[in-house]
Design a binder for this molecule. Sequence first.
Ligand SMILES: [Zn+2]
Length: 93
Amino acid sequence: MVTTKNKDDGHVGTLRTCLGCGKKDTRGELYRFAVIDARLCHDDRKILPGRGVYCCREQGCLNRLLKNTKKVKRALRRDLLDLSGIEGLTVTR
Ligand SMILES: [Zn+2]
């Protein structure tokens, strides 16, 4: 598979992959989580800098993401990650 480096990171129409189910959706339709001081935070306004992970607005996906910390850590290239900040997050529609 050919991967092209996407420099257009902030573009609204950019497709992102949900770490829970692997589905691709536009950036605006997904939750974004970013790391602040080794802690995963919900970046609800999508303004936090650095590497982020994305997840559908589905409780099932969110739960899968929280369970699969290995995958999250790999995606963020971090060995240490505190997910407690988003553990209580519930999906609102
Ligand atoms: Zn999903």
